[in-house]
Design a protein around this ligand. Structure first.
Ligand SMILES: N[C@@H](CCC(=O)N[C@@H](CS)C(=O)NCC(=O)O)C(=O)O
Length: 267
């Protein structure tokens, strides 16, 4: 059976999860803990980044490659626009988020979470057995240098650049969606999915797979609240409401049979 191995509350992983859920592709899902994931993911794919998807007997690494492979096997509902020009535009937006805003926004998030390592551990380990959660929380403070190195945080200037990236991405999405519901043409596409999954890192999204463990540290809650009234936040909530049928993530078999099918298009 096909299988996704992923981290909880990570934008690239959310992107792959959303595509699988959108297409209701039958699969098994297994959550990995950042750090201990490395030998496993490396052995399967030769690199350590998640998400990775086992599809048709081989492992695929990377959210964009995963979406491309899914799109080839399950063309409907489509995430790639049919028109070649619109498809190129959607893929360019995906690339911009993947390669530029994605890594930078993540530095801003770690800038918020590294001062509260126990909560940071909880973000990734929620749902795991208590003993594992406890051990993970104990080791989290020691992991700070590795997290910084792995995410390109050398000095505080890198976190500040991340904050600028959050503002850039929010303002860009808001400008693009002033008078239309979607980023490309008039339908939901990989561009909207990617942008919404990435902006989800910087706002509260209750009843979605990007919801956070409660209570949150005051500092992090205040940071998430800062952009709550930004027009792009309203757009992200609309995309989740209209196109993300699952309100919680799952471990094990995909629960698609239980999904309501009456999703409404965004206005
Ligand atoms: N370009 C990749 C980036 C994936 C990525 O950066 N994943 C992070 C989590 S957000 C990760 O697994 N980092 C741990 C590692 O690289 O070992 C994609 O689109 O999936």
């Amino acid at each position: 059976m096909d299988e996704l191995r992923h981290f909880r509350r990570s934008h690239y992983n959310e992107k792959a999860r959303w595509a699988l859920d959108y297409k209701q592709w039958p699969h098994r899902r297994r959550t990995l803990l950042p750090g201990p994931h490395m030998p496993n993911v490396r052995a399967l794919t030769g690199q350590s980044a998640t998400p990775i998807l086992h599809l048709d007997g081989r492992w695929i690494a990377g959210s964009s490659a995963i979406i491309a492979a899914l799109e080839a096997r399950a063309p409907t509902p489509a995430l790639y626009p049919a028109d070649p020009g619109e498809r190129a535009a959607a893929l360019e937006i995906e690339r911009r988020f993947d390669e530029d805003w994605g890594p930078r926004i993540r530095r801003a998030v770690f800038g918020q979470l590294l001062p509260t390592p126990t909560y940071l551990a909880r973000i990734f380990s929620e749902g795991r057995p208590a003993l594992e959660r406890g051990f993970y929380a104990l080791t989290a403070p020691l992991a700070a240098p590795l997290i910084k190195a792995g995410n390109g945080i050398r000095t505080h200037a890198d976190v500040e650049d991340g904050e600028r990236a959050v503002d850039e991405a929010f303002d860009w999405v808001a400008a693009q969606t002033v008078s239309r519901p979607y980023l490309v043409a008039d339908a939901f596409s990989v561009a909207d999915l990617t942008a919404a999954a990435f902006l989800a890192l910087a706002i509260e999204l209750p009843n979605t797979p990007m919801d956070r463990p409660q209570p949150m540290p005051a500092r992090y809650a205040a940071w998430l609240a800062k952009r709550a009234d930004h027009p792009a936040s309203a757009w992200v909530r609309r995309m989740y409401g209209a196109h993300r049928a699952l309100t919680h993530d799952f471990e094990g078999l995909a629960p698609y049979a239980a999904l309501a099918t009456n999703m409404v298009p965004a206005e």
